[in-house]
Write a protein that binds this ligand. Structure first.
Ligand code: NAP
Length: 294
């Protein structure tokens, strides 16, 4: 069996086009230009790439973006003061602090300092809490992109067994909450899953992953998921982005797993472009929420 490819690049393009059309009408009506302020500390090459692609996507869709740079040796209070300024700037609707921060920063304190209404990454405890209660304001971009991809590919999660490898605050945990919730931005069919979350202490991981109708790998280990870990016909979503001298690879052994899976995402061109598209979605949503406030 050769799996059907889930083309994240094409689906992200579709979402960006829809956003651009809606955005054009909304900006003409309200005379407000939704704006994303990105904060980059230091010069990590991967972070530079991510920020560049996010800003380029903003431009292509008609959103304004700002880039605020701080040097590698900036201190916690400098970054907090920049966030405070952005929190109070009415022209800024979304704030994104590119992670990871250099190790001397207390990342949770920084993320907590972002105004939850401008928290377009949805990492603030208020926004995370709302997701866990099934009444989200913003959804984290990567899991939301995955839900959009499933929906737009006609794949349902309701009643299915979803197995997630990884329990990070950015991907694994919110993905689990969103899939087990009763509803989603794409309807109940892409929620209501029975969810298993695996991590380094999971006993007999292949035995768990072989139960998955939908297998989501967010591990950060190149080609970790092998064909014998996948149930025939399963939907396999590869979140991994592992950079090495030989190039970018995912967490799934694509060539082997595509012979077993029913559907599979490539790396690159799978989940990554959707993450960026959903950041644009959140920035526009943030502008709409702030515009509607008294
Ligand atoms: P993370 O915070 O490092 O979390 C990795 C998770 O994988 C942890 O929960 C860890 O378990 C688990 N894990 C690691 N080795 C394992 C093993 N041998 N067996 C079972 N579980 C294992 O990573 P992340 O931020 O979620 O990112 C994961 C990957 O996705 C990375 O490659 C990252 O670059 C990529 N990513 C891509 C996008 C995108 O847009 N495509 C977005 C975000 C992240 P423990 O908790 O027990 O340590």
């Amino acid at each position: 069996m050769t799996a059907t490819l889930l083309d994240g690049k094409a689906i992200a393009g579709q979402i960006r086009n829809e956003l651009a059309t809606e955005l054009h009408a909304w900006t003409s009506q309200h005379n407000i230009q939704p704006c994303l302020a990105a904060v980059l500390v230091g010069e990590d090459p991967a972070s530079e790439i991510y920020i560049r692609s996010k800003r380029r996507a903003c431009e292509r869709t008609g959103l304004t973006s700002q880039l605020h740079r701080l040097p590698e040796d900036a201190c916690q209070s400098e970054l907090q003061s920049l966030i405070d300024t952005l929190n109070h700037d009415p022209a800024v609707h979304g704030i994104l602090v590119q992670l990871p921060l250099p190790s001397h920063f207390q990342e949770p304190t920084i993320l907590d300092a972002i105004n939850p209404l401008k928290d377009v990454d949805a990492f603030h405890p208020e926004n995370v809490g709302r997701i866990s209660q099934g009444r989200p304001r913003y959804l984290p971009c990567t899991p939301h992109g995955i839900q959009q991809m499933l929906h737009r590919s006609g794949l349902k999660t309701s009643g299915k067994h979803a197995v997630i490898i990884g329990r990070s605050d950015i991907v694994g945990k919110p993905m689990a909450m969103m899939l087990m919730n009763r509803d989603s931005t794409t309807g109940a069919a892409t929620a209501n899953a029975t969810v298993t979350v695996c991590h380094t202490r999971t006993a007999d991981l292949p035995q768990q992953t072989r139960q998955a109708d939908i297998l989501i790998a967010a591990i950060g280990r190149s080609r970790f998921v092998t064909a014998d870990m996948v149930k025939p016909g399963a939907v396999v979503i590869d979140v991994g982005m592992n950079r090495a001298d030989e190039g970018l690879s995912g967490d799934v052994d694509f060539d082997a797993v595509k012979e077993v899976a029913g559907y599979i995402t490539p790396v690159p061109g799978g989940v990554g472009p959707l993450t960026v598209a959903m950041l644009l979605y959140n920035t526009f949503l943030a502008a709409k929420i702030q515009q509607a406030m008294p």
